[in-house]
Design a protein around this ligand. Structure first.
Ligand SMILES: Nc1ncnc2c1ncn2[C@@H]1O[C@H](COP(=O)(O)OP(=O)(O)OP(=O)(O)O)[C@@H](O)[C@H]1O
Length: 297
């Protein structure tokens, strides 16, 4: 399959024998609430997948489970053949980098110092940086275009500037899998496009596997080759954007009535939301889940 578009020309020649990440019937809940119910998701090496769904449906929780920050109540998460519930945080950080939704800036910490923290996973027992760590740090800052602020305190940057520094921190881990929790938060339109173009380029050039939460369905459809929609703690739809982005998805998963058109030049799905749907998205009494028959797996 070849898709010449914003995502670059990315040819999938054959199914790899091993998934880059494999979420196998994972359930998870916090003390007050069950959040994920037997969620399964396999992502191929080099795939760019966007996770969509209403606020509170469990997207960040799923990313934290994949990153090994949380442990499933049942089921397994494998990243590159590693069972993420059985490795140390340091070993997990060699497999996946997680860009958190938000994190407070440590007072006085400069951009360079913050990005350098991404090298934590490769440090020796005494926490010493190794040969090459500075080069990786500088490359990550350069990739995201924050090297001109290297010696500025992070707390003196704007929200959007800090978001880019956080992305550089994740890139500095230099992992094969990148998990991004709303990477476009705080960014103006230009920087939203730049950041997603950068991620797509890194996927193309370095073969990174990307699983990202995106609230903007238009951007998700434009940059990701596959959308996974969560609802009620389950995968409600899974497949290529042009099959997943439908008025049913808008209504039943995202809670809005609307229409779906196509970008006249590129064919990307474009959503035209009209109004909140009459479906009560906070109650258990909802229509049947969308058929996830469009699955790309
Ligand atoms: N540490 C926690 N303790 C208890 N409940 C939590 C915790 N973190 C999240 N939750 C709850 O779990 C549910 C899923 O949260 P999660 O952050 O995964 O949702 P989300 O889909 O990422 O939402 P959003 O789009 O708003 O970021 C929510 O109801 C949330 O209130």
């Amino acid at each position: 399959m070849t898709r010449p578009c914003e995502r670059g020309v990315h040819e999938i020649v054959s199914e790899p024998t091993e998934a880059a990440l494999d979420v196998d019937r994972v359930s998870f809940g916090y003390p007050a609430r069950r959040v994920l119910d037997e969620v399964s998701l396999r992502v191929r090496p080099g795939e760019f997948v966007a996770l969509v769904g209403l606020n509170g449906c469990g997207k960040s929780t799923l990313l934290r489970l994949v990153a090994g920050v949380l442990r499933p109540a049942s089921g397994r998460v494998w990243v590159g053949g590693t069972d993420m519930a059985r490795v140390s945080r340091r070993d997990a950080a060699r497999e996946v980098a997680l860009l958190h939704q938000s994190a407070p800036a440590v007072p006085g910490l400069t951009v360079r110092q913050m990005v350098r923290q991404g090298r934590y996973a490769t440090r020796g027992p005494l926490g010493m940086l190794r040969v090459g760590d500075d080069a990786v740090t500088v490359r990550a800052m350069r990739d995201v275009g924050v090297e001109q602020w290297a010696d500025r305190p992070v707390e003196a940057l704007s929200g959007g500037e800090r978001q880019r520094v956080r992305l550089a921190l994740a890139l500095a881990q230099d992992t094969p899998v990148l998990l991004l929790d709303e990477p476009t938060t705080y960014l103006d339109l230009r920087h939203q496009l730049e950041v997603l173009q950068l991620v797509a380029r890194l996927r193309d050039e370095r073969g990174l596997t990307v699983l990202t939460v995106l609230h903007d369905i238009g951007l998700a459809a434009r940059f990701a080759e596959r959308l996974v929609a969560l609802r009620d703690g389950r995968v409600a739809a899974d497949g290529p954007p042009d099959r997943v982005v439908t008025p049913d998805l808008l209504r039943d998963v995202l809670g809005v009535e609307g229409r779906v058109g196509r970008d006249p030049e590129h064919g990307w799905p474009i959503c035209f939301p009209d109004r909140p749907s009459p479906v009560d998205m906070t109650a258990g009494d909802r229509p049947a889940l969308l058929d996830p028959g469009a699955t790309a797996r």
